[in-house]
Ligand binder design. Structure first.
Ligand code: KE4
Length: 442
């Protein structure tokens, strides 16, 4: 066992002690299921603080972080400008329940970066944003059905909880109890990257489908990029059938470029959902798009949506501080280069270890799938060796590298990650893969 492993294993006793107390009052010791590490096993983690690309657990162990708060932290933890903005705003008040100019400032930064978002509404979570976008689509089209993709995750609103990715895939929950069957029946699931399946699902429901909601890069079944023409084809099918296209960019918004990843694929959604990065790690999400659609939302129109803390000044200040830093020339190119080194390096280490695997990567997103076959949808992802992924996760964590604690999530590289961090990650991967291949060989 390397010294790093010995050190980490020896010193996790405070995490365990705190987690045991947490389990007495927090369901499963967590406030979101994927944090329980259920599918990857191993010791519970309690994080005390973050700084740049690192997290520090309750025992003082330093972890090189590729979770990055599930993608929200693109500039690195404890970003000084965000921290100063929050401290300054806290002295002026955290929430007033009346519009402030800060909401206009963040809205302007977003709509300038994504011009096809003509009007926007801030909410406090990605779930609220996607739920509201679907309600708006149903309201303006007067249709009830929606189409989503197997393995995609759009938050935990009732309409999204069938064949969903992220935590539901992690825990093997295909259909969530508590969702009325009548409502669940209005959600039609089709395989990602399969336009023929989308065409087929439209034919019997032709004028009954309000919208198709899609992750432009699937990241909740692990990372699965869209195949060439998939998104443009989807947009064409929607428009031909009078359905709206809702593009869920809670992960991809401001992740691959200073704006929308839709520009990379030549589409412009009727409604776009944002979250994570636009709040700088503080609860902010948004939905927006064509003005004629958004103006159907209350108070201008009859489609109701509201939120006590929506657009609150503290969150707006964090979002503004984050987005202003993302305009730095070369920031995305550098982040993508570092991330590409990671993906290419992992492919080499896997090959050298004689282990069949796919490394799906795009921009600063990546996932290792232990399977010899390409992973282009949820069925492929589920066919990969998820037990081997869990072992890889634990071996890497014991070497101070924190990957996503689920096969059905993404690893994120932030602007704080350096080339040296990639070297350290690849060295740990070499050791971890040797441990895995020697065990299976043994
Ligand atoms: P939230 O309600 O968790 O803020 O956002 C929901 C959501 C919507 N759309 C996409 C594409 C998302 O990825 C998410 C949330 N992502 C998960 C992890 N992939 C959040 C982590 C968690 O559930 O704890």
């Amino acid at each position: 066992m390397s010294t790093a492993q010995t050190r980490l294993k020896r010193e996790r006793k405070r995490s365990r002690e705190i987690f045991e107390r947490a389990e007495k009052v927090l369901v499963g010791g967590v406030n979101s299921p994927v944090r329980a590490f259920k599918s990857v096993g191993g010791e519970p983690l309690i994080i005390e603080r973050g700084s740049g690309q690192y997290l520090y657990d309750a025992d003082g162990n330093e972890l090189l972080d590729y979770v990055c708060s599930w993608g929200a932290i693109i500039l690195g933890h404890a970003n000084p400008a965000i921290g100063e903005a929050l401290a300054e705003q806290a002295r002026r008040g955290t929430s007033f329940g009346v519009t402030t100019e800060l909401e206009l400032e963040l809205a302007s930064l977003i709509t300038r970066a994504i011009p096809f978002i003509e009007k926007i509404r801030f909410v406090s979570s990605g779930t609220e944003a996607t739920m509201s976008a679907v309600r708006l689509a149903r309201g303006v089209t007067k249709r009830d059905f929606i189409v989503k993709f197997e393995g995609c995750y759009h938050g935990h609103a009732d309409s999204f909880l069938s064949q969903a990715g992220s935590g539901l895939a992690t825990l093997g929950i295909a259909e969530c109890p508590g969702v009325p069957a009548a409502l669940a029946a209005l959600t039609l699931n089709v395989p990602y990257n399969d336009l023929n399946a989308v065409e087929r699902v439209f034919s019997p429901y032709k004028d009954k489908i309000a919208a198709v909601i899609v992750e432009p890069i699937a990241a909740n079944m692990g990372v699965v990029p869209p195949e060439t023409g998939f998104l443009r084809g989807l947009q064409e099918i929607c428009h031909r059938n009078g359905a709206l296209l809702i593009v869920d960019e809670v992960i991809t918004g401001f992740r691959l470029r200073n704006g929308s990843v839709q520009e990379n694929f030549g589409i412009e959604a009727d409604l776009t959902v944002l979250g994570k990065i636009i709040g700088g790690g503080v609860p902010v999400a948004a939905y927006g798009g064509r003005a004629d659609l958004m103006e159907q939302v209350a108070p201008l129109g009859p489609v109701y949506q509201a939120g006590t803390l929506a657009g609150n000044p503290l969150a707006m200040r964090a979002g503004v501080a984050a987005l202003k830093q993302l305009t730095k020339p070369g920031l995305y190119d550098e982040m993508t280069q570092v991330a590409q080194r990671l993906a290419v390096g992992l492919r080499t280490e896997l090959k050298d270890a004689g282990i069949s695997a796919q490394v799906n990567a795009i921009g600063s997103l990546a996932t290792v799938f232990f399977t010899p076959e390409p992973v282009r949808n949820y069925v492929d992802a589920k066919h990969s060796n998820t037990k081997r992924y869990a072992r890889f996760f634990r071996e890497m964590l014991d070497r101070g590298i924190m990957l996503a604690p689920s096969q059905f999530e993404a690893a994120f590289v932030s602007a704080a990650h350096s080339s040296q961090d990639i070297d350290r990650t690849l060295a740990a991967a070499r050791e971890a893969l040797q441990a895995i291949s020697s065990e299976s060989a043994g």
